[in-house]
Design a protein around this ligand. Structure first.
Ligand SMILES: NC(=O)c1ccc[n+]([C@@H]2O[C@H](COP(=O)([O-])OP(=O)(O)OC[C@H]3O[C@@H](n4cnc5c(N)ncnc54)[C@H](OP(=O)(O)O)[C@@H]3O)[C@@H](O)[C@H]2O)c1
Length: 271
């Protein structure tokens, strides 16, 4: 079985490459129809996993000032892959994001078919635009949120939050990265299609994580609580804070451990 991964030099792509040993990694521009066509002819993939995207460095604020690049990678590219996957009869897996919602949906968390409601950042809008088109076709769309793990990495949510002197105390859904890749592998092996939120059940706030970090990893770490209303004063664009439901994932027999358990495990590994 040939698996072709785009964006394999990135955080998600590198992890998919590890869980599917023997897969092919490509750094061809996903918006370049000719080049992607050549890759597909050369590798003859059964499965294409799209992890290529502009996610911004150091963060999504970058996308505000690089709209053409972001549009090309996050919207045009996925559509090129969709068309060529359909033509080649490949099973297509696309990385979306849970950062397209705001709020907790009256405590229930947002379901996969709830319409997105967070449009403040260009990054989130670009993820919404591509997802809205892709969801009309038979492919697998994965929505993780704020992925974290026990090893430092600039994409690890714990590593990201450690850089801030003040953090918000708003409950969020988050994803333990090893659970994301294990769940994705199961869905891919069963050739499941549709949208799946991949988050650990329960919720936690960035401030709570930092309090646990102080307790488990480094008692000398200093952090203050930032009023969520003041977040706009330290970022260029809005940030999504939301709860997602993991109920649909459960219907596939995939039950992830509670978020608090995973955060503690990750922090112990961090320590
Ligand atoms: N990490 C998170 O917090 C998170 C959370 C939820 C969802 N996601 C989603 O997961 C996916 C992967 O994210 P990630 O964290 O792995 O991001 P990442 O580390 O920035 O990796 C993305 C990779 O895609 C490459 N790329 C960008 N535009 C491309 C194009 N047009 N053609 C080919 N490659 C291109 C990037 O190269 P350059 O660096 O050269 O641009 C980079 O190597 C994205 O769709 C993202 O929205 C991420």
């Amino acid at each position: 079985m040939n698996i072709l991964i785009f964006g394999a030099k990135g955080y998600m792509g590198g992890n998919f490459f590890r869980i599917f040993p023997g897969s092919f990694a490509s750094d061809v521009d996903i918006a370049d129809t000719k080049a992607i066509g050549k890759e597909i002819d050369r590798i003859q993939p059964d499965i294409i996993i799209n992890c290529a995207a502009k996610t911004g460095r150091p963060n999504i604020d970058w996308c505000e000032d690089h709209r053409e690049d972001t549009l090309r990678s996050n919207v045009t590219g996925p559509l090129v892959l969709l068309e060529l996957c359909q033509k080649a009869g490949c099973y297509f897996v696309h990385m979306s994001s849970g950062c397209i919602y705001h709020g907790d949906n009256n405590g229930k968390g947002y379901l996969e078919n709830d319409p997105p409601n967070f449009f403040e950042s260009f990054y989130s809008r670009s993820k919404i635009w591509s997802e809205q088109i892709l969801k009309e076709f038979p492919l697998l769309i994965l929505r993780p949120r704020m992925p974290f793990e026990g090893k430092p990495h600039d994409r690890n949510f714990i590593t990201k939050v450690l850089k801030y002197e003040r953090v918000i105390d708003v409950q969020n859904s988050m994803t333990y990265a090893p659970d994301l890749f294990a769940a994705a592998k199961k869905l891919i092996e069963k050739r499941i299609t549709g949208i799946y939120n991949i988050v650990n059940p329960g919720s936690i706030s960035p401030y709570e994580i930092m309090m646990l970090y102080k307790k488990i990893v480094d008692p000398s770490h200093n952090v203050e609580r930032l009023d969520a209303n003041l977040l706009g004063s330290v970022t260029k664009t809005g940030r999504s804070n939301c709860l997602l439901s993991s109920e649909k994932l459960r219907t596939q027999g995939i039950e992830l451990p509670d978020i608090h358990q995973r955060i503690r495990e990750a922090l112990k590994e961090y320590a």
